[in-house]
Design a protein around this ligand. Structure first.
Ligand SMILES: C[S@@+](CC[C@H](N)C(=O)[O-])C[C@H]1O[C@@H](n2cnc3c(N)ncnc32)[C@H](O)[C@@H]1O
Length: 240
């Protein structure tokens, strides 16, 4: 395989939070394949990258990845699997022709990113692939910074969970750890507030919506936040 494949973390939104390496790799890659959550929709990662890099001379492709749950250890939804496979095929075609391909992804590629699934599909199908994962500033660190709440100090233990967990697991995790980061909270706020109230943790929680962006909002009154339509870019930290 001639071209290089890069999964590039572009940070949580503020282009200034892109690393120098992310900017260099994106600048030098002639092809970008960016993930879009909706058919014919825009790619958030692409919007962030385009805030810093002029993509005029590049071949920029957006690929739709359905927003369906992926459960570890369980069969993947066929529509999701197909989207990963198709993206991997498109990328493999460019690599075979000697073109480097960058896959910009929101935040850090290691955290709930489609980039890693596509990377794994490529590894399954393409021999001798040259690949590099470029880490990025995650929404986790950016949320902590915005709220000025540390994630863990001393011997504290932190856990990161998608908030779409069922109540029993959530209760258990919230009880066991010192600091709990909840991602993907926007559609389950009412349930989260109920669980936090039961555990007497409501006053230990902070929610940051669209962290690092101009319209960032830091919310301490979670009961009020739960009555509103929240942006998908919402992360909560519960620190005891
Ligand atoms: C699919 S995950 C991607 C996480 C990403 N890879 C990262 O490292 O931040 C999407 C979730 O990340 C969080 N998120 C991403 N960008 C955010 C932002 N600017 N502000 C707050 N939360 C954000 C939200 O919890 C959202 O539901």
């Amino acid at each position: 395989m001639k071209g290089h494949f890069y999964v590039v973390g572009v940070g949580p939104g503020d282009p200034e939070l892109m690393t120098l390496k992310a900017v260099r790799i994106l600048k030098q890659s002639p092809v970008w394949l960016a993930p879009a959550a909706h058919k014919n929709g825009t790619s958030t990662a692409l919007t962030i990258a385009s805030g810093v890099i002029n993509g005029e001379q590049k071949e920029i492709l957006t690929h739709h990845f359905p927003m369906k749950k992926v459960h570890a250890g369980k069969p993947t939804d066929p529509e999701v699997e197909q989207a990963w496979q198709e993206a991997a095929q498109i990328i493999a075609g460019h690599l075979a022709d000697g073109r480097d391909v960058a896959f910009p992804t929101l935040g850090d590629p290691a955290i709930y990113s489609t980039g890693f699934y596509v990377f794994e599909k490529l590894m399954e199908n393409v021999a001798d692939m040259a690949v590099e994962i470029i880490p990025g500033v995650s929404a986790i660190g950016a949320t902590s910074a915005a709220a000025a709440v540390p994630l863990c100090l001393g011997d504290e233990r932190m856990v990161v969970i998608p908030a779409t967990f069922e109540d029993t697991k959530l209760n258990d995790i919230l009880s066991k750890f010192d600091c709990i980061v909840l991602m993907k909270v926007h559609r389950v706020m009412k349930r989260l507030v109920r669980v936090l109230e039961e555990l007497n943790l409501l006053d230990k929680a902070v929610l940051v919506e669209r962290t690092s962006l101009e319209d960032q909002r830091i919310r301490h009154d979670l009961k009020a936040a739960a009555t509103e339509k929240l942006h998908y870019f919402s992360t909560m930290i519960v620190r005891k």
